[in-house]
Design a protein around this ligand. Structure first.
Ligand code: SF4
Length: 322
């Protein structure tokens, strides 16, 4: 291993946020097998040092109705290829109960982004009735009032919110979203959640068309600057029905970059929860388990009922994975 990579890893093991962005980019670009092996081993060492344990959250995709049109997403509002569904409160409570019976103490509720009183009240009612100690919401940008209402409704439960920024590059953000999407508004929503004491997470896609290695290195710095409690990221997988197509990197490159991103995020942030995403498994069977050995510590098994799962296809191949 070159002296500079060795020194980068030694510094990273001394303290959090002890890797400059240019060295993060250098590690991401490096394909030397022994360097990558040392990177993964160092990330695993930090996980142990921070006593990170495996956390399991039962994922329930309760609705694929979305008001947005993100260029990469299979359930975007313009997608002609899916049937729209919305689970009832009783269905949602039943699935949550099933997760609890299987030993889960945490669920993650995910759906398209809808800003309406009906949606707010639905989630509010669910949060006040569900009997499970920890809940993660991933329901997009909402007003402060809505975030407050959900927080109040979940009183006595631990509430997390995952709002992915998808890229910390404002330029790239504007290329993968329609003009009405605003990077600053999304960032403002992440900060709003933090100020309301949500346990807040965000994340990015890896291998987007036009994405540079420097963008990914800056994403890791962004996670630190925003003091996130959790990070959920995964490889970009093109979806036939969307305008965004050819990824910048091959499947193998996106897989390797994703694992390096996980390892470097662990090395940069130390005590943070990092999701091992389903998208990794789509690129390579067993990749989710590898991610858990190189810095990730959260898995989200899919509890969405089978009759709905096929219609929640953010990207191809997702629905086959439990
Ligand atoms: S990424 Fe989220 S907000 Fe964008 S279209 Fe898909 S579900 Fe809707």
């Amino acid at each position: 291993m070159s002296i500079s990579f060795k020194r980068t890893l030694e510094c990273a093991l001394e303290a959090p946020r002890n890797i400059p962005a240019r060295d993060l980019a250098g590690m991401l670009s490096c394909n030397d097998k022994s360097v990558v092996a040392d990177l993964f081993a160092a990330a695993n060492e930090v996980s142990k040092k921070c006593s990170k344990v495996l956390l399991k959250r039962a994922l329930i995709e309760f609705s694929n109705i979305c008001s947005r049109d993100c260029y990469y997403c299979g359930i975007r509002k313009s997608s002609p290829l899916i049937n729209r569904y919305h689970m009832t409160i009783e269905e949602l409570l039943k699935v949550s109960e099933e997760a609890k019976e299987e030993g889960f103490t945490a669920i993650a509720l995910q759906g398209g982004e809808i800003e309406s009183e009906a949606n707010t009240a639905f989630v509010e009612e669910f949060l006040s009735r569900v009997d499970i100690p920890e809940i993660t919401l991933s329901l997009g940008e909402q007003t402060t009032d809505v975030y407050k209402r959900w927080k109040d409704a979940a009183k006595g439960k631990l509430l997390r919110y995952l709002l992915r920024i998808e890229t910390s590059s404002t330029e790239l953000f504007s290329k993968i979203h329609p003009p009405e999407a605003s990077f600053n508004k999304r960032l403002g929503a992440i900060r709003k959640l933090k100020s309301l004491d949500y346990i807040t997470g965000s994340g990015v896609m890896i291998g987007l068309p036009g994405q540079a290695i420097d963008d990914l290195a800056n994403d890791i710095v962004f996670f630190g600057d925003e003091k996130l409690d959790m990070v959920g990221m995964g490889p970009y997988i093109p979806c036939d029905s969307t305008p965004l197509q050819a990824p910048t990197f091959s499947s193998q490159e996106r897989l390797e970059l994703s694992l390096k991103m996980i390892a470097l995020t662990r090395l940069y942030l130390w005590d943070v929860n990092i999701v091992s995403s389903t998208a990794l498994e789509v690129l390579s069977s067993g990749a989710r388990d590898i991610a858990l050995r190189v810095g990730a510590n959260v898995i989200m098994p899919n509890f969405t009922p089978n009759k709905y799962r096929l219609e929640y296809q953010l990207y191809p191949g997702k629905q086959q994975i439990k």
